[in-house]
Design a protein around this ligand. Structure first.
Ligand code: PLP
Length: 397
């Protein structure tokens, strides 16, 4: 079989074989409903409890502060809507950023349509918010700040601890979407003064369709799913036992590798970035420098080509990545994140995100570095956009 290089770990990871093994018994022999009081279901109740403890341990939380959800999107929806609705009597102002994942962005827009006043903070050219801008945006009606921990497209890390300290002093709830960060960078919800945090198992070698929301003890937010008494009456529906067990196993596995894996992956990412910047003329690295972004994230713009075409050519060579170009997201506009950091439409359309993971090897990176420059060169030679760009670059000299 020809070479296959998966470099889209930010979209999703494989489920680790150890995780699959841990989940197995909960589909077959141990299938009892955790709410049933007979002893047959006892193992399931204990397994959910153990998974809750594992998530809590990694975040520096207590187990009673962890609520399982169907994924990151649900956790984000619950955090924003639940906090906004519950605290409406105190104020109707919510602050978030222009670069949030759609799970937060569209929820914030929904709140806006329903009587809330929402401020969408700008970011700088590397994708970071300004604390001063945040402070200036706060009014006596501000009830919630939601700033993502790490961006899913460009990997930029936000000053989460500083935001947390400021919000706590002001008595404003602070939510962070940490879907891309959990088990990739260290997080301590207490030290960072985080009130609400979203995570999702399929970003750290767990199964798809399961996540969690951390709700700090004492924080009052409305319940999200109404029905039975599961998750202490706060999130109804029969528990996804196997998924929850998988989430627990995955967070334990990945956080156990935190001392080595991010450094190894970061070195490979740096090798990739260096190689691309050296071999492809007029390439741009989007996002923050190494050390201020997720260790596995690289995001480039190659002016003069279309991201979709590039992805198809890479696919033909067995390399799987993603782009912030328009068609791939099913909308007319290119990525809101790339636009927010000030890229031109042309730069955003020619973007390529490559995200590395557990199975990425130096050989893989060498293969990409031997393949990508030729593809970019070939596409540029065929592109009127590239010709126009060169002419304007020459004219500007
Ligand atoms: N938030 C961020 C930053 C993400 O990257 C994603 C998924 O890509 C989500 C939320 C949504 O998570 P899920 O796919 O578990 O709903």
């Amino acid at each position: 079989m020809s070479r296959q290089v998966y470099l889209d770990y930010a979209a999703t990871t494989f489920t680790a074989p150890e995780v699959v093994s841990a989940m197995g018994p909960y589909f077959t022999e141990s299938f009892g409903n955790p709410s049933s009081i007979y002893s047959f279901s006892e193992r399931n109740r204990k397994a959910i409890d153990a998974a809750r403890q594992k998530v809590a341990d990694v975040l520096g939380a207590s187990k009673e502060e962890i609520y399982f959800t169907s994924g990151g999107t649900e956790a984000d929806n619950w955090a924003l809507k639940g906090a906004a609705w519950r605290n409406r009597s105190k104020g109707n102002h919510v602050i978030t950023t222009k670069i949030e994942h759609h799970a937060v962005l569209h929820t914030a827009q929904f709140l806006q349509e329903n009587g809330f006043d929402v401020t969408f903070l700008d970011v700088d050219a590397e994708g970071r918010i300004s604390l001063d801008e945040l402070k200036k945006a706060v009014t006596d009606k501000t009830i919630l700040v939601s700033v993502m921990f790490a961006n899913n497209e460009i990997g930029t890390l936000q000053p989460v601890a500083e935001i947390g300290t400021f919000c706590r002093e002001k008595g404003i709830l602070f939510h962070t979407d940490a879907v891309q960060a959990v088990a990739h960078v260290p997080i301590d919800v207490k030290a960072m003064n985080i009130d609400l945090l979203s995570l999702s198992a399929h970003k750290f070698y767990g199964p798809k369709g399961v996540g969690a929301l951390y709700i700090r003890k004492g924080v009052r937010i409305d319940n999200f799913m109404h029905g039975g008494g599961q998750e202490r009456g706060r999130r109804a529906t029969t528990e996804n036992v196997a998924g929850i067990v998988g989430l627990g196993a995955a967070i334990e596995l990945t956080s156990g590798r935190m001392d080595t894996a991010p450094a190894r992956i970061g070195r490979l990412r740096d090798m990739l970035v260096e190689g691309v910047m050296k071999t492809i003329p007029h390439a741009k690295l989007n996002g923050a420098p190494s050390g201020e972004r997720l260790p596995n994230n690289a995001n480039f713009s190659f002016i003069g080509i279309e991201g979709e075409t590039l992805l198809l050519d890479l696919d033909g060579a067995g390399i799987y990545g993603s782009t912030g170009s328009a068609c791939s997201s099913g909308s007319l506009d290119p990525s809101h994140v790339l636009m927010a950091i000030g890229l031109s439409h042309e730069q955003a359309h020619g973007s390529l995100r490559l995200t590395l993971g557990e199975e990425t090897t130096e050989e893989d990176i060498r293969y990409v570095l031997s393949t990508l420059p030729g593809i970019v060169k070939h596409r540029r030679e065929m592109s009127p956009l590239w010709e126009d760009y060169l002419k304007s670059a020459e004219g500007g000299r």
